[in-house]
Design a protein around this ligand. Structure first.
Ligand code: ADP
Ligand code: MG
Length: 396
């Protein structure tokens, strides 16, 4: 999918009421304090542009999974507070999503003022993509802007339904995500390498298959490597494995050969006696995994091998950690990949909730070309899928 969609710069916004779907799904602690405001910060360029150009801005988002009920712990009030600090201006907080009171508030906005609706998922009609609900949202405004990349792969009322009733364009965050992820996948500088890891083959089959047609090198690590090893007849001990995916693993290995893709699996692994932080571990070659141990991370020889491929690459996309990086003993492989990407002069695109978390924890996010804000949405882009929240926007 390339970005042939209209953006906020392609439409007249002065004096217009603009409904902006953001992704303000921020983590809150038990006192309802925001523990990470990255998502709010990422939404600022679009909001600031609209305000600067004298739009009347109506912001909407979901937060958590309130499942159609109005619950205080899922209120967007903490977001309004943080946003008003970041914008250095008042952000009026609505106490609902739709209804007369909310419409009145929207109608009273002056040019350059901003309000925030309550959590759109306080109505189950949101995730049901209910047309009547979508119409009510649309009635609040003159123009729709989608800037919620994290939910762009969902056809919900505030991401898709609403576009049937209003002119609809995308904001800077979505524009940037599509240009970076899709731009790189469809037109990479070569050699082009994909690093795919994480827990399960099943969640990454579509991405592996799509990338086989595009990459020069395909690096496979993490828990999913063991399903590949098993399909090759190796002993994998107690390692995580999806028995029903052995055939597809074999097929991917065959296809890689057919398409001349250099597919790399780990040559050694860090194996442990049990799945916990302080368990005993050792390093063994991939064909020597003991029956009573499990693979937890890629080994040092593998790290060197993967590093060499990355050093020779001009473009790398990465989705999925190389090991159980949540435990420090088994984070070395994932950290080494993040560090080599950060050090090298390579176009580096990171997608996937856990891989992004790993990179961020190391403080290396700024050293990458692009770190995606949407786990599921970035995975679907890497799969070559069209995202319903983006397809629905107006073509250029
Ligand atoms: P992402 O969110 O980046 O797409 P995934 O959700 O697919 O990544 O996978 C991340 C999870 O995979 C992490 O919780 C990590 O602990 C787990 N994982 C990685 N390697 C292994 C392994 N060898 N055994 C078990 N789990 C693993
Ligand atoms: Mg994940």
């Amino acid at each position: 999918m390339s970005l042939n969609k209209k953006t906020i710069e392609d439409v007249d916004i002065t004096g217009k009421k603009v409904f902006v779907r953001c992704d303000f799904n921020v983590p809150l602690d038990k006192d309802l304090n925001i523990t990470d405001d990255t998502r709010i910060i990422k939404a600022l360029p679009t909001i600031k542009y609209l305000l600067k150009n004298n739009a009347k801005v109506i912001l909407a988002s979901h937060l958590g999974r309130p499942k159609g009920e109005k619950k205080e712990e899922f209120s967007l009030k903490p977001v309004a507070k943080r946003l008003s600090e970041l914008l250095d201006m008042p952000v009026q907080m609505a106490d609902d999503v739709i209804g007369d009171k909310v419409s009145n508030m929207a109608n009273k906005l002056d040019d350059g003022q901003v309000m925030l609706l309550e959590n759109v998922r306080f109505y189950k009609e949101e995730t049901d993509n209910d047309p009547e609900f979508a119409k009510k949202l649309a009635n609040l405004a003159d123009l729709y802007v989608n800037d919620a990349f994290g939910t762009a792969h969902r056809a919900h009322a505030s991401t898709e339904g609403i576009t049937h009733y209003l002119p609809a364009v995308c904001g800077y965050l979505i524009q940037n995500e599509i240009e970076k992820i899709d731009g790189v996948i469809s037109n990479p500088q070569r050699p082009f390498t994909a690093i795919i890891g994480g827990k399960k083959v099943s969640s990454k089959i579509a991405v592996l298959i799509n990338l086989l047609d595009k990459v020069d090198n395909l690096i496979i690590g993490g828990g999913m490597a063991f399903t590949f090893f098993k399909s090759m007849g190796y002993e994998i001990g107690e390692s995580i494995c999806e028995e029903d995916k052995l055939d597809i693993a074999k097929e991917i290995l065959d296809k890689a050969k057919e398409k001349n893709v250099n597919l790399l699996l780990p040559i050694d692994n860090v194996v442990a006696v049990s799945f916990d932080e302080n368990t005993e571990y050792k390093i063994v070659d991939s064909d020597k995994i003991p029956k009573d141990m499990m693979g937890m991370d890629i080994g040092p020889k593998t790290v060197e091998n993967f590093k060499n491929v990355i050093r020779e690459s001009k473009t790398v996309i990465w989705n999925g950690p190389m090991g159980v990086f949540e435990f420090s003993n088994f984070a070395k492989g994932t950290n080494a990949i993040a560090e080599i990407l950060a050090e090298n002069d390579v176009v580096s695109i990171i997608g996937g909730g856990d891989s992004v978390a790993a990179v961020s924890q190391l403080g290396l996010a700024d050293k990458m070309t692009h770190v995606s804000t949407g786990g599921g949405a970035s995975l679907e882009l890497m799969e070559g899928k069209e995202l319903p929240g983006i397809v629905a926007l107006e073509d250029k």
